[in-house]
Design a protein around this ligand. Structure first.
Ligand SMILES: *[C@@H]1O[C@H](CO)[C@@H](O)[C@H](O)[C@H]1NC(C)=O
Ligand SMILES: *[C@@H]1O[C@H](CO)[C@@H](O)[C@H](O)[C@H]1NC(C)=O
Ligand SMILES: *[C@@H]1O[C@H](CO)[C@@H](O)[C@H](O)[C@H]1NC(C)=O
Ligand SMILES: *[C@@H]1O[C@H](CO)[C@@H](O)[C@H](O)[C@H]1NC(C)=O
Ligand SMILES: *[C@@H]1O[C@H](CO)[C@@H](O)[C@H](O)[C@H]1NC(C)=O
Ligand SMILES: *[C@@H]1O[C@H](CO)[C@@H](O)[C@H](O)[C@H]1NC(C)=O
Ligand SMILES: *[C@@H]1O[C@H](CO)[C@@H](O)[C@H](O)[C@H]1NC(C)=O
Ligand SMILES: *[C@@H]1O[C@H](CO)[C@@H](O)[C@H](O)[C@H]1NC(C)=O
Ligand SMILES: *[C@@H]1O[C@H](CO)[C@@H](O)[C@H](O)[C@H]1NC(C)=O
Length: 894
C-alpha cells in the first residue's frame, strides 16, 4: 500500500502556498538556518513567502563545504534550498545549538540535491540527534528531495544534529529549522516523535503552515470521499494548549452520510512501529436546543473516549499516554461513532500520527561536555572528529579522549584526555579541573607556558600527569608533589627551565622499597592508635548508655553482617534496655503516639535529651521471639538517612519493646488525609518524600547484605521527620512477626491488602520486587490521594481506578484535588507512568528501586525547572488534554 507520505513531501518542498505577508508572526526561539549560505551574502534574510527569517549556518557548524544547486532548478524551489553544505571530510559532522532544556522542539531538516556536485549521483547517509539515531536519508529513494521532522525534548542545554556517512557518498543538508513547541504539548512518555501524518480538513491543495500556524507545523490538507467539510466563519479565540491554527478550530469533517460513522485508516510502512496519535476536536456549529453531537472515539477497536461532546470552538486533544502499535499489517483505524442520543454525526478537525524514535543512549555527562567544549575553544582545536557528543556512540567518539561507559542509560564520563603533540599554546586551561573524573592527563610535547596550576592536586582520580616537553615555568606545586605519594605519576622535565638546581629543590626520588616500608609502618601506627582509643572509650562506657544515632547522611554500602562477635556484643550492651527503663522513658506509657503493626507506640524521652518512639509489642506478637533477637541485632546496624533508626530494644521475659528515633511529623497517610490540621503537601514536596522513601528502600535492597525485603511498604510506614524528611519504618520486622489487626487476610499472608504484590498469591514469596509493587501503590496514593481499596468505587483497587481515569478523563481528575492544579503536567505524567510501572502485576516488568530513584529525581528536576515557568499553562492544558491507557496490564479486583 502506497503511503500518503511520499506525495506530501513534494507538497512540502515546493512553493505552492502563498501567504499574506502583512502578518509578521513572532518567531521567538526559532532557529532557521539556510545551510551553505555564504555569510557575506545577505544573511539574515526574510523568506518572501512565509516571512520566516533565515540565517547562514556558519555559526553553528565548524566543518563542511558550501554547494549550490543547478541554477535552472532555483525557480522551482524555496530560496533556503538553493545553497547547501556538504561534508566530504570526517565520518560525523554536527550542528550544535544552545537551547533551553525542557522545551520540546520540532526539528526539521531539508535536503535538495539539485546536482550541486555535477555528478548526478544521489547520496545516502544517516541523521543523529546527539548520540541517538534519528533517521536515514536516501535521496535516491526520494528522487533528490527529502525532509525529516522530529519532535524532541533535549535533556541538556545544547543540542547536536549530526550527519553521518554510511558509504562513500557525501552527506549534505540544505536547511535546518528548530521550533520550540507550545509548552505542555506533544509530551510523551517515551522517545522522540517523528513525523508521519499531520492532516487538517480541507478540499484544497494548500498546506497550512507558518505564519498561520505560529509554531510552523506543516499541516497537509485532507478530505476523504466519504467525508463532508463543515466550518464556521466565526473567529474563535481559543486555540487550546496545542495552539492549533484557527482554520483547524473552525473546520471539521463529518461523514457525508450522517448515519454512518466517520472512519480514518492510517497505514504505516513498518508495521511494528510504535506510534502516538493526536486527535483534535472542536465543535464548529452552534447547536440548537434539540440537537446533540455525541460520539465514541475508538482507535483500533479500543474505546478512548465514550459519549464525547465537542464544545463550540473549544479545542480538545486526545492522545495516547503510552505508545501503541497498529495491526500486523501496519493498519490503524480511527472510528468515530455517534451514540444513540446523538442527533448529529461525529466530527474530526485534525489528526496527527507520529512514529516513536527511541533515544536510548544517554548523552555524556553535561558538565564534562561543557568543559571539553570549553577546552576545545580555549586552544582553538579544529579537530574534525571533535564534534557532537564526545563519548557516544563509541564509533564516533572524539579521539584523544577515553570515556567510562556503564550502560546506555547512564551518562558516560570522560576519564582521560591526551592532547600530546597537539600544538597547544598559552597556559594550562583552567577548565581542565572541571573534568572531575579525569584519571590520565597528557599535555606533553606542546608549547604550554606559565606555571603548573596547583588545582591539579585537587583532581582526586588523577593517576598520570604528563607535562613533559613544554615551556612551563617553575616547579611542581607541593600539593601536587604530595599526591605522588598517593599514586599519582607526574612526568615533568624541570631541567634548564627550572631556576633552582635539581639537587636543592626537586625532591630526591625515593627508592620504591623505602616508600613501601614507610607506608606499611604508618598504617601499623594508625591501627595501633585506633585500637587503643577504642579500648579506652569502651571502658568509659561500661554502664548502659545509649548513644544518639544520627542517621548517617552518607549511604555506606556496608556489609551488615560482617562485623565480628565481640563488636556486636558491645553494641547490644549499649542498646539493650530493661523494662523498668522503658517504663521510665515513657513515663509509664503515658503518651501513646499511635498504633502500628505489632503494637502500640509511645512517646519517650531518653536521658532528657533525645525524644524517642517506643513500640511496645503486643503479647500475641511475641511468638516470634527467637527471630526477634536475631532481627533486632541486624536492624541495629542498618543506618540510612531514610530509614527510621532503631535506637535500642528491650527483651525482658514477656516484655518486648523497640525504641526508635522520634519522628516529629507523623506519617505520610496523616498528611495526605489533610485531617488533623496538617497543611496540604505540595507536589514537589510529595516528589521529595517519594524520593526519600525510595532511597530508603533502595538501601534495604542493594545496600544490605543479604538484601532485605521490607514486605509491608505503605503510607503509614513512611514517617516524616523535621523538614518533612521521609523515613521508612518497620522494615525487616515482618520477617519475624505476622501482622496483627490490619490484616484481614488469613494469618499466613504478610503485608497489607491492596499493597500486596499480586504475584504473592501465585508464588507465596515476597521479594524485592514485591516492595516495588507496594511502593507503586504508595506513589499512586501520593499522586491521587485516593483510597487504595474502596468498595464504593466502581473500580475498587487504586490501580484499576487510575487506569480507568487515565482512559476517560484528564489529569486533573486523577490528581489529588487538594493540589488545585498546582503542578507541572510533565512531571505528573512521568510519576504516573512510573507508579503504574511499579504496580505492574508482573514483577518482571517492574523497575528496580534504583531505577525508581533515578526517575523520581528526574521528575523533581523537571517539576522544579518548569514550575516557575508555566503554572498558567498547566491548569489550562490539563483540562483540555485527554489520554488513553492500556488497561490490560492492570490487576483485576481481588
Ligand atoms: C473570546 O474570549 C473571551 C474571553 O476569553 C470570551 O468572552 C469570548 O466569548 C471569546 N470569543 C469568541 C468568539 O469565542
Ligand atoms: C446512509 O447509511 C445508511 C446506513 O448505513 C444506509 O442505510 C443509507 O442507505 C445511506 N444513505 C445513502 C444516501 O447512502
Ligand atoms: C429541531 O428543531 C427545529 C426547529 O427549531 C426543527 O426544524 C428540526 O427538525 C428539529 N430537529 C430534530 C432533530 O428534531
Ligand atoms: C459507546 O461506548 C459505550 C461504552 O463503551 C457503549 O456502551 C456504547 O454502546 C457505545 N456506543 C456506540 C454507538 O458504539
Ligand atoms: C598520548 O598519545 C600519544 C600519541 O599521540 C602517545 O604516544 C602517548 O602514550 C599517549 N599518552 C597516554 C598517557 O596514553
Ligand atoms: C612532538 O611534536 C612534534 C610536532 O609538534 C612531532 O613532530 C614530534 O614527533 C613529537 N614528539 C614526540 C615525542 O611525540
Ligand atoms: C567549572 O565549573 C563551574 C561550575 O560547574 C563553573 O562555574 C566554572 O566556570 C567552570 N570553570 C571553568 C574554568 O570552566
Ligand atoms: C610523556 O610524554 C613524552 C613526550 O610526549 C613521552 O615521550 C613519554 O613517553 C610520556 N610518558 C608517559 C608515561 O606517557
Ligand atoms: C513556555 O513557557 C515559558 C514561561 O511561561 C515561556 O517563556 C515560553 O515562551 C513558553 N514557550 C512556548 C513555546 O510557548
Amino acid at each position: 500500500m502506497e503511503s500518503p507520505h511520499r506525495h506530501l513531501l513534494i507538497v512540502l518542498i515546493a512553493t505552492f502556498a502563498i501567504f499574506d505577508l502583512g502578518r509578521a508572526q513572532d518567531q521567538e526561539g526559532f532557529i532557521s538556518l539556510d545551510c551553505g549560505l555564504p555569510p557575506n551574502e545577505a544573511s539574515p534574510y526574510t523568506h518572501p513567502k512565509s516571512g520566516l527569517i533565515f540565517t547562514s549556518d556558519t555559526n553553528s557548524i565548524q566543518s563542511g563545504k558550501i554547494g549550490r544547486i543547478e541554477a535552472s532548478l532555483e525557480e522551482t524551489y524555496m530560496k533556503m534550498l538553493w545553497t547547501l553544505r556538504y561534508f566530504p571530510d570526517g565520518k560525523r559532522n554536527c550542528y550544535s545549538f544552545n537551547i533551553k532544556q525542557g522545551t520540546n522542539y520540532l526539528i526539521r531538516a531539508r535536503f535538495l540535491y539539485g546536482n550541486y556536485d555535477g555528478l548526478n549521483n544521489y547520496p545516502k547517509f544517516n541523521l543523529y540527534i546527539g548520540p541517538n539515531f534519528w533517521k536515514s536519508v536516501d535521496l535516491n529513494a526520494d528522487d533528490g528531495v527529502s525532509m525529516g521532522e522530529i519532535i524532541h525534548s533535549p535533556r541538556s542545554n545544547y543540542l547536536d544534529v549530526c550527519l553521518v556517512k554510511t558509504d562513500t557518498s557525501t552527506p549534505f543538508i540544505s536547511a535546518l529549522e528548530l521550533r520550540p513547541l507550545p509548552n505542555n504539548s506533544y509530551i510523551t512518555t517515551s522517545g522522540s516523535l517523528t513525523y508521519w501524518t499531520q492532516y487538517f480538513i480541507s478540499e484544497s491543495e494548500k498546506v497550512l503552515k507558518f505564519p498561520e500556524d505560529h509554531y510552523d507545523r506543516i499541516w497537509v490538507p485532507y478530505l476523504e470521499k466519504e467525508w463532508k467539510k463543515i466550518s464556521t466563519a466565526v473567529k474563535g479565540n481559543n486555540t487550546g494548549s496545542f495552539n492549533l491554527p484557527e482554520t483547524i478550530v473552525t473546520t471539521a469533517a463529518t461523514p457525508a452520510n450522517a448515519s454512518e460513522p466517520l472512519t480514518y485508516t492510517e497505514y504505516l510502512d513498518t508495521p511494528r512501529d510504535k506510534i502516538f496519535y493526536f486527535l483534535h476536536f472542536s465543535e464548529v456549529q452552534v447547536l440548537k436546543a434539540n440537537e446533540t453531537r455525541e460520539f465514541n472515539i475508538s482507535w483500533n477497536g479500543k474505546i478512548i473516549s465514550e459519549n464525547y461532546r465537542p464544545v463550540y470552538l473549544q479545542p480538545k486533544t486526545f492522545y495516547n499516554a503510552y505508545p501503541v502499535t497498529c495491526e500486523d499489517d501496519g493498519e490503524c483505524v480511527l472510528e468515530l461513532k455517534k451514540t444513540q442520543r446523538s442527533t448529529l454525526p461525529p466530527l474530526l478537525n485534525a489528526i496527527e500520527v507520529y512514529v516513536v524514535v527511541d533515544s536510548p543512549q544517554s548523552e555524556t555527562n553535561e558538565n564534562d561536555v561543557l568543559t571539553i567544549r570549553n577546552i576545545k575553544a580555549t586552544y582553538g582545536l579544529k579537530k574534525i572528529v571533535w564534534q557532537g557528543d564526545p563519548c557516544v556512540p563509541q564509533e564516533f567518539s572524539w579521539d584523544s579522549l577515553a570515556c567510562f561507559i556503564v550502560d546506555k542509560s547512564t551518562p558516560p564520563i570522560i576519564t582521560s584526555l591526551n592532547l600530546s603533540s597537539s600544538g597547544l599554546t598559552g597556559t594550562i586551561a583552567d577548565g581542565i579541573q572541571n573534568l572531575t573524573h579525569l584519571e590520565k592527563l597528557d599535555l606533553s610535547n606542546n608549547s604550554l607556558t606559565g606555571l603548573v596550576p596547583e588545582y591539579l592536586a585537587n583532581m582526586k582520580f588523577l593517576t598520570l600527569l604528563n607535562l613533559s616537553k613544554n615551556n612551563l615555568n617553575g616547579s611542581i606545586p607541593q600539593a601536587l608533589r604530595d599526591r605522588e605519594k598517593k599514586g599519582l605519576t607526574i612526568i615533568f622535565d624541570e631541567e634548564g627551565k627550572n631556576p633552582c638546581s635539581p639537587g636543592s629543590c626537586a625532591p630526591k626520588k625515593k627508592s620504591p622499597v623505602l616508600i613501601i616500608v614507610a607506608v606499611v609502618a604508618s598504617v601499623v601506627v594508625v591501627i595501633i592508635v585506633v585500637l587503643v582509643l577504642v579500648f579506652v572509650l569502651k571502658k568509659n562506657k561500661a554502664s548502659i548508655h545509649v548513644e544518639a544515632q544520627p542517621p548517617s547522611s552518607v549511604t555506606p554500602r556496608g556489609n551488615v553482617t560482617s562485623s565480628g562477635i565481640s563488636d556486636s556484643s558491645i553494641e547490644n550492651k549499649r542498646k539493650r534496655f530493661t523494662y523498668a527503663e522503658v517504663m521510665e522513658m515513657t513515663k509509664n506509657l503515658q503518651r501513646p503516639l499511635g498504633e502500628g503493626g505489632f503494637g502500640v507506640v509511645y512517646h519517650g524521652d531518653l536521658n532528657g535529651s533525645q525524644q524517642v518512639a517506643v513500640k511496645v509489642l503486643a503479647q500475641s506478637s511475641a511468638q516470634g521471639y527467637k527471630e526477634f533477637k536475631a532481627e533486632v541485632e541486624l536492624l541495629l546496624r542498618v543506618h540510612h538517612i531514610n530509614l527510621v533508626s532503631l535506637v535500642g530494644y528491650c527483651d525482658e521475659k514477656d516484655h518486648l519493646a523497640l525504641i526508635y528515633e522520634y519522628m516529629s511529623n507523623v506519617d505520610l497517610k496523616h498528611h495526605l488525609s489533610g485531617k488533623h490540621g496538617s497543611s496540604v503537601l505540595s507536589w514537589s514536596t510529595r516528589l521529595q518524600i517519594a524520593i526519600d522513601s525510595a532511597l530508603g528502600l533502595e538501601y534495604l535492597h542493594t545496600g544490605c547484605r543479604p538484601s532485605m525485603v521490607h514486605r509491608d511498604v505503605k503510607c503509614t510506614n513512611i514517617l516524616l521527620g523535621e523538614h518533612l524528611v521521609a523515613k521508612i519504618a518497620d522494615f525487616g520486622l515482618s520477617r519475624s512477626f505476622q501482622l496483627g489487626e490490619e490484616s484481614q487476610v488469613s494469618t499466613v499472608i504478610a503485608g497489607t491488602p491492596g499493597y500486596l504484590d499480586p504475584e504473592y498469591y501465585k508464588t507465596g514469596r515476597l521479594a524485592e520486587m514485591s516492595d516495588v509493587y507496594s511502593f507503586g501503590i504508595v506513589l499512586l496514593e501520593i499522586i491521587t490521594n485516593q483510597r487504595v481499596i474502596d468498595q464504593t468505587r466502581e473500580k475498587s483497587h487504586i490501580t484499576e481506578w487510575t487506569a480507568f481515569m487515565l482512559n476517560r478523563g484528564d489529569i486533573t481528575r486523577i490528581m489529588d484535588p487538594n493540589l488545585y492544579g498546582d503542578y507541572n503536567s510533565r512531571s505528573v505524567w512521568r510519576a504516573l507512568e512510573l507508579a503504574m510501572l511499579c504496580a505492574n502485576p508482573s514483577s518482571e516488568k517492574r523497575p528496580t528501586m534504583s531505577q525508581v530513584v533515578i526517575e523520581l529525581k528526574e521528575c523533581l528536576i523537571s517539576e522544579n525547572s518548569m514550575k516557575s515557568k508555566n503554572q498558567d499553562m498547566n491548569s489550562q492544558s490539563s483540562l483540555e488534554v485527554s489520554m488513553s491507557f492500556d488497561t490490560k496490564d492492570v490487576p483485576s479486583a481481588r
